[in-house]
Design a binder for this molecule. Structure first.
Ligand code: PMT
Length: 400
């Protein structure tokens, strides 16, 4: 039950297909909500014959999605947006028919389309008549789905609504909810301390003005959360953002590049892995003691270089495994490669900035990741999904 806490703020799509166990999905939705998850329910039309969308709407607090080609549902949140929104998709109950559809890549209703369009982990809780479950066709589909990385939970054994006894009952909702929570806990960084920087810095010009940048902190906060889910103790040094720190992450907020540098140095001794996702100012100004008056037609600002925090970390003894982000508007690969060498880093996650929808501020990003001896291209996905991918790679490289 300890890991139920990992559901706080997680976005879970609960898919319900048309079987007698559909009524139990109501309890699953309630348990996920109670554990702090945001839940959206997607039902197949057949499922609505077993339990009403109204019940699930009341429990999830959100309209229920049923139809693929319904203009009002698509305008509220289209199937692609829903597929991207999800941190995990759980289909409970999953009928034999639905498993067959998934195994063969069919997408003729909202739920199967969403499953095909989502990169989020997918968990199925099969429920069907025993003979259907044991049929070679269903067994072959189950095998195929497992081979593709889907997780199947159950079915459980026991007496069934149709009078048969044997495997086919849906696993009980508390166990499904706990298994969903377990999707967010990998343990690959168990016992490690990870320090993440996030957000912008503000360099004061006078008591009321500053220079800053468009960083929202979303990328860095997602990385901190993913490291926490991987079992690490996470220290987050954050510039000013509008975000709430992820649960169980130790967050300290700073304003300027100098304060961020100081906060990082003060915590570095115990750190195993450093990840610089903050957009730290490269230049700062000596702040005027009083508000600058608009007496002159032109004002010249003198800016001086800030200390490069990530380079300081990479030169520190003992040296943590050091990761930087690289924000580029041109020559992404060459510039990222140069940063890897020049700053003596272990890994660089490079992203385009200044292009709509990715990089600064949005919920999505795309990364080119470079490390000594390897490279990967990760196409556009949510920052949370990319952060989990990045943490898995960092853990792999760190342990290697
Ligand atoms: O916060 P979001 O809105 O989600 O946007 C995410 C992001 C675009 C800010 C993030 O993905 C990102 O790219 N962060 C790094 C931004 C940056 O400053 O990149 P850079 O290429 O200028 O710097 C390279 C590295 O040096 C970075 O790890 C940076 O933290 C570090 N640095 C830079 C200057 C400085 N004085 N000290 C540093 O440590």
């Amino acid at each position: 039950m300890q890991r139920m806490g990992h559901l706080v703020n997680k976005r879970i799509v609960v898919g319900i297909t048309g079987g007698i166990a559909a009524y139990k999905a109501a309890e699953l939705v309630r348990r996920l909500k109670d554990a702090g998850a945001e839940v959206r329910v997607v039902m197949t039309p057949a499922a609505t014959e077993f339990i009403t969308p109204l019940t699930l709407q009341a429990l999830s607090g959100r309209p229920v999605h049923v139809h693929l080609l319904d203009a009002s549902e698509e305008s509220a949140m289209g199937h692609i947006a829903l597929a991207r929104w999800a941190d995990a998709v759980v289909v409970a109950p999953a009928t034999a028919d639905f498993m067959a559809k998934l195994a063969h890549g069919r997408a003729d209703d909202l739920l199967s389309t969403l499953c095909l369009a989502s990169r989020a982990p997918l968990l199925l809780a099969p429920a069907m008549n025993t003979v259907m479950w044991e049929h070679p066709a269903t067994q072959a589909n189950a095998r195929l789905l497992r081979e593709r990385g889907l997780r199947l939970l159950g079915p459980a054994e026991g007496e069934q609504a149709c009078g048969e006894t044997g495997p086919g009952r849906m696993v009980e909702p508390p166990l499904i909810a706990e298994t969903v929570a377990g999707l967010f806990v990998s343990g690959v960084l168990q016992g490690k301390t990870v320090l993440v920087t996030a957000g912008p810095t503000r360099e004061a010009l006078d008591p009321v003005r500053y220079i800053s940048n468009r960083s929202s902190g979303k990328m860095g906060y997602a990385v901190a959360e993913a490291a926490m889910e991987a079992g690490a103790r996470v220290l987050l040094v954050s510039g000013p953002t509008a975000l709430t720190p992820p649960p169980r992450v130790e967050c300290v907020t700073v304003e300027s590049a100098a304060e961020m540098h100081e906060a990082v140095l003060a915590r570095l001794a115990a750190v195993d892995i450093f990840i610089g996702a903050a957009a730290v100012a490269d230049y700062t100004s000596a702040a005027a003691p009083q508000k600058i008056k608009k007496n002159d037609a032109r004002v010249a600002l003198e800016l001086t270089r800030t200390l490069d925090i990530v380079a300081v970390v990479a030169a520190h003894k003992p040296r943590p495994y050091t990761v930087a982000f690289a924000a580029e508007t041109e020559n992404l690969l060459a510039n990222a490669q140069h940063k890897l060498e020049a700053k003596n880093l272990d890994l660089v996650a490079a992203n385009w900035v200044g292009r709509p929808g990715l990089g600064f501020d949005g919920d999505d990003n795309a990364l080119t990741v470079l490390w000594r001896g390897g490279q990967a291209e990760w196409p556009a996905a949510s920052k949370r999904a990319l952060a989990r991918q990045l943490i898995s790679l960092i853990a792999e490289q760190y342990h290697a």
